[in-house]
Design a protein around this ligand. Structure first.
Ligand SMILES: Nc1ncnc2c1ncn2[C@@H]1O[C@H](COP(=O)(O)OP(=O)(O)OP(=O)(O)O)[C@@H](O)[C@H]1O
Ligand SMILES: [Mg+2]
Length: 440
C-alpha cells in the first residue's frame, strides 16, 4: 500500500527539464526560443556559465515562436544563448505566522538582513476571488480607530474601501493610525511604488513599533522592475488570504493601487498591448477587478481592505480612480483644502461614502450621522456668505444652527495621530453631540 503510494508519486514526478535559449533583450523584455511554458509561469535564467548566477523571470506572453519573459530583478550578465529553464509553476511565496512584525519584499523574503523566517509554507500569489455565493454578507462593523470614519463612514468587517487623495494630504499617516487602532487581528500593508526614503519613514514614524507588532509590511519601491511592483500587490493579497483562511479578521492596506496599475501599464506596453485611455492598456482594467475582488469576506474570515488611489488635482474621473471606485464598496476622499486648514485627518466626509454603513450601524447611530452630515452640508453650502459676513443671523433657522454647531463638529472630526479612539465611545460622543434623532 505504502509502496504503491510511493510508486504513484514517482510516476507523477516530472523529470524532464525544459530549457530554452535567449535570443533577444529589448528594454525589460527578454525573448527566448523555448522553453515550453505557459503564461504566468516562473522561469530561471542561467546567466553566463562562468558565474552561474540565476535570475527569476515570468512568462508574460508569446510572439510567434518566441517566449516573452520579464525579470523579477535587474537584468545583469545576460547574453545571447543563456539558458532559460521552465519551473512548471506560477510564482509562490512562503507564508506563515512567522511573518508577523516583518518587512518583506515582493517575493516574501524578509528585508531585515538578520531575520530568517521559520515554519512557512508555499502559497500561490495569484488566486481566484472567492465564489460570490459562498461569501457571507457584511453585517458587523469593524473598529477603524479613526473617529470620523467610525461615526460617519462606518466600515464593515470585510468591506473594501478606496482612499482617494493627492500627494501629501495624509495617506500614510492615516494608514498608520488605522494599523495601530483598528480592531483587526492583523494588518498586511503593501507599499507599492513609494520612494525608498518613505518606506523607512512610514515604518518608523507612521506605523511605529506598536503598529508593526501586529503587521506584515510588503515593500516594492519605485526603482523595482514593473513586475515586482505588481507582484508586491499580489503577494500582500495572498498573505491576507492565508490569514483569512485561518479565520482571522485581516486588514489589508495597499498604497497605492494606482502605482500597481501603472506597473501593469508598463508590462502591457512592453508586451505590445495597445494603449487606451491615458496610455493604460486593456490588461490594466482586467487585472484591477481580479485583484480587488480577492479581498472581502469568505466562509472562514474577512479581509477589510483599504486601497489608496492617487488623484491629481481632485480629478476623480481619472480612469484608474473611476474604475476602482466602481469596484469597491466605498470611497473616502482626502481633501487638500482641509489639510491646508490643518483639519487632520483630512477626510471630506460629504464627498465620501461607505456603502455598507446602513447594514452595519444601528438606527440611533445612523440618525445621528445623517444629522451631522446635514449640519455640515448646510454650513458648506453657505460657507462663502458666512465667511465674508454677508449672512445675517436669523435669516434661516437651519443656517443659524449649522453655524452654531460648526466649531464643535470640526473639533469632533479632528484627531491627533497618536490619539486612540474606540468606535463605541466615538458613536456615543456623536449621539451626544448632535442629539438623538434630530432634536439637538
Ligand atoms: N492626523 C494628522 N495630524 C497632524 N498632521 C498630519 C496628520 N496627518 C497628516 N499630517 C501632516 O501631513 C503631512 C503629510 O502626511 P503624509 O505623509 O501622511 O501624506 P501622504 O499622503 O502619505 O504623502 P505622500 O503623497 O507624499 O506619500 C505630514 O507630514 C503631517 O505633517
Ligand atoms: Mg505617503
Amino acid at each position: 500500500m505504502y509502496v504503491s503510494h510511493l510508486m504513484d508519486a514517482i510516476d507523477d514526478i516530472d523529470t524532464y527539464k525544459r530549457y530554452g535559449k535567449i535570443v533577444r533583450v529589448v528594454g525589460l523584455m527578454i525573448e527566448s526560443k523555448g522553453p515550453e511554458a505557459s503564461v504566468g509561469e516562473v522561469c530561471v535564467i542561467h546567466s553566463s556559465p562562468k558565474k552561474d548566477e540565476t535570475i527569476l523571470a515570468e512568462v508574460v506572453g508569446f510572439s510567434e515562436e518566441k517566449v516573452l519573459l520579464m525579470p523579477y530583478s535587474e537584468i545583469t550578465d545576460i547574453s545571447p544563448g543563456c539558458l532559460v529553464e521552465a519551473t512548471g509553476d506560477p510564482l509562490q511565496v512562503k507564508v506563515g505566522r512567522g511573518m508577523v512584525g516583518q518587512v518583506l519584499d515582493s517575493l516574501g523574503r524578509s528585508m531585515y538582513e538578520t531575520a530568517s523566517l521559520k515554519g512557512l509554507r508555499p502559497y500561490p500569489t495569484d488566486q481566484s476571488p472567492p465564489n460570490p455565493l459562498s461569501r457571507p454578507p457584511i453585517e458587523e462593523p469593524i473598529q477603524v480607530g479613526v473617529r470620523s470614519i467610525d461615526t460617519l463612514l462606518t466600515v464593515g468587517k470585510g468591506q473594501r474601501v478606496g482612499i482617494f487623495a493627492g500627494s501629501g494630504v495624509g495617506k500614510s499617516t492615516l494608514m498608520g493610525m488605522i494599523a495601530r487602532n483598528s480592531g483587526a487581528d492583523i494588518n498586511v500593508i503593501a507599499l507599492i511604488g513609494e520612494r525608498g526614503r518613505e518606506v523607512r519613514e512610514f515604518i518608523e514614524r507612521d506605523l511605529g513599533e506598536e503598529g508593526l507588532k501586529k503587521s506584515i509590511v510588503v515593500v516594492a519601491t519605485s526603482d523595482q522592475p514593473a513586475l515586482m511592483r505588481i507582484k508586491g500587490a499580489y503577494t500582500a493579497t495572498a498573505i491576507s488570504e492565508y490569514f483569512r483562511d485561518l479565520g482571522y479578521d485581516v486588514n489589508l492596506m495597499m498604497d497605492s493601487v494606482t502605482r500597481v496599475a501603472m506597473a501593469q501599464r508598463e508590462v502591457g506596453l512592453a508586451t505590445g498591448e495597445p494603449p487606451t485611455t491615458k496610455g493604460y492598456t486593456p490588461s490594466v482594467f482586467a487585472i484591477l477587478p481580479k485583484l480587488l475582488e480577492r479581498t472581502g469576506t469568505n466562509a472562514s474570515g474577512s479581509i477589510t481592505a483599504f486601497y489608496t488611489v492617487l488623484v491629481d488635482g481632485d480629478d476623480m474621473n481619472e480612469p484608474i480612480a473611476d474604475t476602482v471606485r466602481g469596484i469597491l464598496d466605498g470611497h473616502f476622499v482626502l481633501d487638500r483644502k482641509l489639510a491646508e486648514q490643518g483639519q487632520f485627518p483630512a477626510i471630506n466626509v460629504l464627498k465620501s461614502i461607505s456603502r455598507v454603513m446602513n447594514h452595519v450601524a444601528d438606527k440611533e447611530h445612523l440618525e445621528a450621522a445623517v444629522r451631522m452630515r446635514n449640519l455640515l452640508a448646510t454650513y458648506e453650502e453657505n460657507q462663502e456668505l458666512i465667511q465674508i459676513g454677508a449672512y445675517r443671523k436669523g435669516s434661516s433657522k437651519e443656517v443659524d444652527e449649522a453655524i452654531q454647531y460648526h466649531p464643535k463638529l470640526i473639533s469632533f472630526l479632528k484627531q491627533g495621530t497618536h490619539e486612540p479612539v474606540r468606535n463605541v465611545e466615538a458613536v456615543e460622543q456623536l449621539i451626544q453631540l448632535v442629539g438623538r434623532g434630530g432634536q439637538g
